[in-house]
Every structure is written in C-alpha cells, then in structure tokens.
Write a protein that binds this ligand. Structure first.
Ligand SMILES: Cc1ncc(COP(=O)(O)O)c(C=O)c1O
Length: 491
C-alpha cells in the first residue's frame, strides 16, 4: 500500500522537474521563507486527489477511519471549521432548523447562516463555583426536540474549550428516537480514543458525525482535521459534496502528509505514546495540585451536577485565590517565564498538553508557578478574593432572537455606541477569541446584560472581537438599521 507521507519524502529524491504548481517549484532560493518545500506538491501523477480519492488518499482516509472506528473518514485541510460547515449543511436543508448548544464555535453559526437554517439553543448549565460552561443535559435535548418538530439535526460541542464533556451516549439515544443525526464537535477531543485516562470518545457512544481537529491535541500541522461518519442516518454523498464545497480545490499535500504521518504513528505506537504521556501528565497534575494560591481545576469537579466528565489534558489554572487575575498570570508566564499559554480568562489561564510535550516543558511550568507563589509569600502579598466569574459564562448572556442569522446578515447595518445599543438588533457577531463562542449573533436583541459583560471583559483586559473602535471613547457595535427592526421571526 502507498503511504502518503512516505511517498512525499521519496518523491523529492527522484529529481523530477516540476512544470506544474506550486509556483515556488521547490526551489528554496525562490523566496526567503518556504518551510516544508520539498513535500509541497500538487495533484500530480501518483498522488491521488482529495475530492475524488481512488488511491493513496483513499487509503490514507481509510486508515484514519480504522483508527477512530468510523465507517468513513474525510480529511479536512480547512480545519474543524470546514468540517463543521460541511456536517451541518449535509445534515439539514434550507428553511429547517438546527438544535445546537449555545456554546458552539462560531463556525457552527456560520453554517447556520450559509445553510439558511433557523437555530435553537441548548444552554449548558453553569459549573459553580467556577462559572464555566458545563455539560448539556439529556433532558434539555428531549424537551427541545418535543418543542421543535422541524429540527433536522442536533449539534453539541463536547469537550468544550475548557475540556467539559457531555453525556453523548444518552443524548444520541434521544436524538435517534427522532430519527435525526447527532453531530458532535469533538475538535478538542481527537486524543480521547487513545487512553482510558480521557473521556469516552463520541463516535463510540453513538454520535453520527464527529469532527476532530487533529492539530489541536495531536501532533499534526495547523488546519488539519477529520470528519468521521458512522451509521446510516447521514447521507455519505451529501457529506462528500459539502466537503468539496467548503475546501480548496488545491488541498495542501503538506497538510495531508502531516495528517497521514500522525495517523500512522498513532496506529503503530499509540498505546506506548499515550502511556508515557498520561504518566507525565499525571505527575504534572499532581505537582500543580500542590500549589497554594493557584488551583488546578479537575478532581474537584468529579460528581459535579453540571459536569458529566472532564478532559484532564487541559490545565485550568484558577487564579481566584491568588493576587493575580487570569490575564495578569497569563502575561507573567509569557514575560517572566517564557511560557505561552493557550488562553487567558478573567479568573483563569488555560494550558493545553499533548503526547508531544516534554518533561522539560512540564518542569518549566511547575517551577515558574512555584517560584511565583514563593515570591508572593516573600513579598507578603495577601491573596485577594476572586471575582467569581469565568469568561466562558459570558457566552450565555444572549438576547431574544428576532431574525434568523442568514436573514440578519443581509440587512443594512449601522455602527452605534455600545452604551446606546440596548434593545437594538445585532448586525454582527461579537466574540472573545479564543474560544470563539459568540456573545451575540446577528439577529439577536442586545441586552443590558450583554453590554455589561462586554464592558467588564474589556476592563479585565480581554479583547472583544467584532466591536468597532471608531467611536471614541465608547466602542461601537454593528446593529441593523431601525427600519429593519420591524422584522419578526417570520419576517
Ligand atoms: C470547539 C471548537 N470547534 C471548532 C473549532 C474550529 O477548529 P479549527 O481551528 O480546526 O478550524 C474550534 C477552534 O478553536 C473550537 O474551539
């Protein structure tokens, strides 16, 4: 069998001259920065085509399906973003509805817009005392489906950016009773199948479509993702069509070679790699749990009513007992310890781990935090009482939906000061990024709660995307022009 990444390595050695794309011609002198040059080919003789795979790429995608237990797996060179757009469009038809978790990534909202769908939301429970978005409860799904017979598919994010997992098995059973598919955005959980330390994977629990970002938690290049399909509820032809629509016609062999190498490595030595990783991660978590003022969120959540399960590969460093806020700790780790964390939030910092981490990296993080606590003690800095809210709960302060997203984005907009926007209909989305969960989406009414949350996030040093900085001193927000405010859901 041809193995894509090995073929790419060998091809360069054959000295074949490229009278084809890409324009760099694998000539390293062509421009100053061309990493990965030798494997950056196009759809040339013997290398198959992603959108009509018949050889090497068919084998590569089959190897991925075998590894993850899917009936069919599709490569995405447009990340989970492209795969989610395809999944939603393939499972629905325009004018119908998607039942989705309100804490979904923005790509799902974009899919709702492109697919001309109406969206209905499942609001995750809040995890006290942290204020994180918790799991979606099966009863919520049951009730929502009873209320909306026009729902054609259900989509949840599990795990969340913070690692919180929903009971996919129970939710799948409820969704399947209606004869419709469950799509799980498991972008952050591609590592789940490889060790029992992590939560059970969605595909194993009955999800029909599962999306994995390979690049988030496994060793693969940025933009690489997989879309898996299992069972009969989803038409494979529709998935194939939308994967073609939402991806370039010139998929990068660097990205595809990287996916192939990642999958083959896991197939060959996954258990060994994961055993070592879980050992190292366990030791790291133990060491971090000894910190006095920074709390590693984790074991305290087991049995929590709002948390079905938690991915312990994520390091949530809660700062509420410490003299620093989340953004202050994030900046300190970057400036003083040379550690770039994944995300800052109002009262926590999030770190991501993977099989590719080193003991040295884990030691540097532990040492830096121990040194910081030592410094606080020496300086007699009295731990402050935390503000008590995490930023992920900001996603929940949404307003009443006046227009479906697809109609709202087509309305003429104006930018007005945020402080004067209460009651107006949002014309654009606002996000904290990461995690990229919209605080408000086009077509929703702006509430006083939302305005307060935005002001508070900005005061905490968190950037809110989607605001206009042109109106001084207050930020501006795009809203639909007044005349259009008369639109209702039926429009
Ligand atoms: C939950 C979730 N889903 C989907 C995505 C999109 O993933 P990608 O960057 O692979 O397109 C992200 C990105 O951060 C995410 O957090």
């Amino acid at each position: 069998m041809d193995i894509l990444y090995k073929k790419l390595e060998k091809y360069h050695e054959r000295g074949i001259y490229p009278f084809h794309m890409p324009g760099h011609k694998r000539n390293e002198k062509a421009v100053d920065f061309l990493p990965g040059l030798t494997a950056d080919i196009t759809e040339i003789e013997g290398f198959d085509q992603l959108h009509h795979p018949a050889g090497t790429l068919k084998d590569a995608q089959r190897a991925a399906a075998r590894l993850f237990g899917a009936d069919e797996t599709f490569y995405s060179v447009n990340g989970s973003t492209g795969a989610l757009l395809a999944a939603v469009c393939a499972c629905t038809t325009p004018g119908n509805a998607l039942l989705m978790a309100r804490n979904c990534h923005k790509s799902v909202y974009h899919a709702v817009c492109l697919g001309q769908l109406d969206s209905f939301y499942l609001y995750p429970k809040i995890v006290a005392p942290y204020g994180l978005n918790g799991s979606i409860q099966p009863i919520q799904v049951e009730k929502a489906l009873e209320a909306r017979p026009d729902v054609q598919a259900v989509l949840i994010t599990s795990p969340t950016y913070d690692g919180i997992v929903s009971p996919v098995g129970e939710i799948a059973e409820i969704v399947h009773r209606r004869g419709i598919p469950l799509i799980v955005d498991e972008a952050h959980g591609a590592h789940f199948p490889f060790h029992g330390f992590f939560p059970a994977p969605a595909l194993e629990q009955g999800a029909d479509v599962v999306v994995h970002s390979l690049h988030k938690t496994l060793p693969s290049l940025t933009q690489t993702a997989l879309l898996h399909v299992r069972g009969e509820r989803v038409e494979m032809g529709r998935i194939r069509r939308y994967m073609e629509i939402f991806q370039t016609s010139s998929p990068s062999y660097l990205l595809m070679g990287s996916m192939d190498a990642c999958i083959r490595r896991l197939a060959d030595t996954g258990p060994e790699l994961f055993n070592g990783y879980v050992d190292r991660l366990g030791r790291l978590r133990e060491r971090l749990s000894k910190l006095q003022y920074i709390d590693l969120v984790g074991d305290d959540l087991s049995g929590h009513a709002a948390v079905w399960d938690l991915d312990r590969s994520k390091l949530i460093l809660d700062t509420r007992k410490s003299p620093m806020s989340g953004p202050q700790l994030y900046r300190w780790l970057w400036e003083e310890a040379g550690l770039q964390m994944e995300m800052e939030a109002e009262t926590y910092v999030l770190g991501m781990t993977s099989i590719a981490d080193t003991d040295e990296g884990y030691d540097r993080l532990s040492q830096a935090l121990e040194d910081l606590e030592g410094m606080w003690k020496r300086e007699g800095r009295i731990p402050q009482k935390g503000s008590g809210l995490f930023r992920s709960d900001l996603a929940l302060s949404s307003g009443e939906k006046i227009l479906p997203i697809g109609r709202a984005v087509e309305q003429p907009c104006e930018t007005i000061p945020l402080s004067q926007s209460e009651g107006r209909i949002a014309g654009g989305s606002l996000y904290l990024y990461p995690p990229g969960i919209p605080l408000v989406v086009p077509g929703e009414k702006v509430t006083a709660g939302l305005i307060g949350m935005i002001m508070r996030s900005r005061a905490a040093g968190l950037a809110v995307q989607g605001l206009a900085d042109t109106i001084d001193p207050a930020p501006g927000i795009p809203v639909i022009r007044k005349r259009q405010d008369r639109f209702t859901d039926r429009g």
